[in-house]
Ligand binder design. Structure first.
Ligand SMILES: CC(C)(COP(=O)(O)OP(=O)(O)OC[C@H]1O[C@@H](n2cnc3c(N)ncnc32)[C@H](O)[C@@H]1OP(=O)(O)O)[C@@H](O)C(=O)NCCC(=O)NCCS
Length: 214
């Protein structure tokens, strides 16, 4: 089965998502993604040139979806959770379904539930009894332990470690190499800085950083 796919966002994250679709196809996994191109409302010249090097066209802004071919799916290649949420809400108005992409070199354990738009990069590890919301992005070599719940639009950046039984509320970003210790909760739209170690619950809409994170 081949499914037409459009990647939203010409930046580095979007082009990395293209590499996941290519890896899925190279591994002969199903569905096979037919990448129609990139959509971006404000692509810059540098990123447009980088997209061209992949031999995948730039299609236009988000309004391109109004005339999308039947069965077109989208995946959002935007790393910032809050921007991703805003873009997802716009695309939902066009009724274009979100695809989930999992790199063949990632591992997803047993008893996993996830919403549409999940993106799992190479080397990411998810263990067991994990719930992932819509448009969750698990970046390269991050880990998500047992019994975790990650709500919609959460981003876990490269090498970050989410210990068992944690709850990350909607829109949380966990920076690269950060750790969230077991059983903790990070509140909606909060950011855990790169390299931080979270040792107690984090309220909503704050930035914490350092070891221990404050
Ligand atoms: C924590 C973070 C969100 C703060 O961003 P910000 O509010 O724009 O912070 P600024 O760059 O203005 O820096 C403010 C202060 O915090 C410090 N700081 C920034 N990030 C820090 C971090 N991760 N850990 C510790 N201190 C940090 C700065 O040195 C600066 O200190 P100063 O006031 O003594 O000079 C950001 O630095 C971060 O870590 N984001 C995650 C990035 C990431 O994961 N990137 C990978 C992408 S794949």
């Amino acid at each position: 089965m081949t499914v037409p796919l459009v990647i939203v966002g010409c930046g580095g994250h979007g082009r990395e998502v293209l590499t996941i679709a290519s890896a899925v196809n190279a591994a002969a996994l199903l569905p096979r993604w037919q990448v129609l191109g990139f959509v971006d409302d404000r692509p810059n010249e540098v990123n447009l040139k980088r997209v061209q090097r992949h031999d995948v066209p730039y299609l236009g802004g988000v309004s391109w979806f109004s005339g999308a071919p039947a069965d077109t799916h989208h995946v959002i290649g935007i790393g910032d959770p809050r921007v991703r949420r805003a873009v997802a809400e716009r695309i939902d108005r066009y009724g274009i379904p979100a695809a989930s992409l999992v790199h063949p070199n990632a591992t997803l354990g047993s008893d996993l539930r996830h919403g549409p738009g999940l993106v799992v990069f190479a080397g990411a590890r998810v263990t067991t009894n994990v719930t992932l919301g819509r448009h969750v992005h698990l970046n390269q070599n991050c880990t998500v332990g047992h019994d975790c719940e990650l709500a919609d639009h959460v981003s876990v950046n490269p090498l970050a470690a989410i210990s068992g039984d944690c709850r990350l509320e909607e829109g949380v970003l966990v920076g690269t190499t950060a750790a969230v210790l077991q059983g903790l909760r990070v509140g909606r739209d909060s950011t855990v800085g790169a390299g931080a170690c979270v040792v107690r619950d984090v309220p909503a809409s704050v930035v914490v950083k350092g070891v221990p994170a404050r």
